[in-house]
Design a protein around this ligand. Structure first.
Ligand code: FAD
Length: 293
């Protein structure tokens, strides 16, 4: 996902164009209008951003109403807000506000960045070339594939996002390196009974914390189902004591919750001096020093 800043031709309107997409070969359907892009609150704030108006192409939202019927509630509400913004005429007051707005921002879906286009002198960015994509497949197998068409978006600044990809944790845990996820059935890790996954390692880097939370509840439900059905190993387990002994045998000194509380108190106290809720400690060495290591 990236951000391209441009001015709309002749109208002096700054255009913040979010170009959602993936390079060719990587085709997670993260660039869809019904993928959670932000929290509902953030999207609402963007739509009502003072001095700015949203630009959304209604074509991107065709047939979306049906697709989101079964979606979890947070995702559904977010998508409905996008859909309304893209397809419904704003009320009189909002229309007047938008007419006066000197800036605009837009979300571009079904696009995959291909190339940054240089200015004639080759010194600056002049635009970004986007491959137009379409969806193929159903459900989890849905993929965005290039249609062969491209589109140039003029802009003066291109920011690329940091990206995110999970890595395998251990050879005993199956891992799909291409997608960066653990293969699973509703959170149950494939071929490893009693092991579960949730979050970005389960579904790839899509969604916000609320999405991850909902997803974890679903995995939790599977675990409880298995527990009730007697599919999990039972009997006393050594738990933390065994982990502590293992770490100690390897010379690892874990940071405990009370250690974290000490760091938290230190950050809060440093922040108070500067009139902030906290001053973040960012140096791990300093953190360890404060914990007496
Ligand atoms: C730049 C950025 C900004 C974001 N901003 C927002 C936002 O403003 N609001 C919002 O709601 N969401 C935001 N998100 C999304 C949010 O961060 C994710 O939805 C959420 O963190 C996913 O949770 P997770 O538990 O799956 O993964 P993570 O939060 O990445 O947690 C995985 C954990 O596993 C640990 N780990 C990895 N390997 C090992 C190992 N081998 N052994 C032990 N531990 C290991 C990692 O250190 C990490 O702590 C943002 C994401 C990014 C990348």
């Amino acid at each position: 996902m990236g951000l391209a800043l441009s001015k709309e031709g002749g109208r002096g309107v700054s255009h913040l164009g979010w170009t959602l997409g993936w390079s060719q070969g990587c085709s997670r359907p993260n660039l869809l209008p019904h993928s959670p892009l932000s929290t509902l609150k953030e999207l609402r704030e963007m739509i009502q951003l003072p001095g700015a108006r949203p630009l959304l192409d209604p074509v991107d939202f065709l047939g979306l109403q049906d697709r989101i019927k079964e979606a979890p509630r947070p995702r559904k509400r977010l998508t409905e807000l996008l859909l309304r913004t893209a397809t419904e005429k704003p009320g009189v007051e909002e229309a007047a506000r938008q007419a006066l707005a000197s800036r605009a921002w837009g979300l571009r879906f079904f696009r995959s960045p291909q190339q940054v286009l240089p200015s004639p002198d080759g010194q600056r960015a002049a635009g970004i070339r986007l491959a137009v994509t379409r969806l193929e497949g159903d459900g989890e197998a849905t993929r965005a594939v290039p249609t062969g068409d491209t589109e140039d978006l003029p802009c003066g600044l291109v920011l690329s996002s940091v990206g995110y990809k999970s890595r395998p944790i251990d050879p005993s845990v199956p891992f799909d390196s291409k997608l960066g996820v653990i293969p699973h059935m509703e959170g149950r890790v494939v071929d490893v009974p009693g092991l579960y996954c949730s979050g970005w390692v389960k579904r790839g880097p899509t969604g916000v914390i609320a999405t991850t939370m909902t997803d974890s509840f679903l995995t939790g439900q599977m675990l409880l189902q298995d527990l009730k059905a007697g599919r999990l190993p039972s009997g006393p387990r050594p738990g933390y004591v065994a982990i502590q002994a293992l770490l100690s045998s390897r010379g690892v000194w874990p940071v405990s919750f009370s250690d974290w509380e000490k760091l938290d108190a230190e950050e809060v106290s440093r922040g108070q001096g500067a009139g902030k809720p906290r001053e973040k400690l960012v140096d791990p060495q300093e953190m360890l020093q404060l914990l007496g290591r």
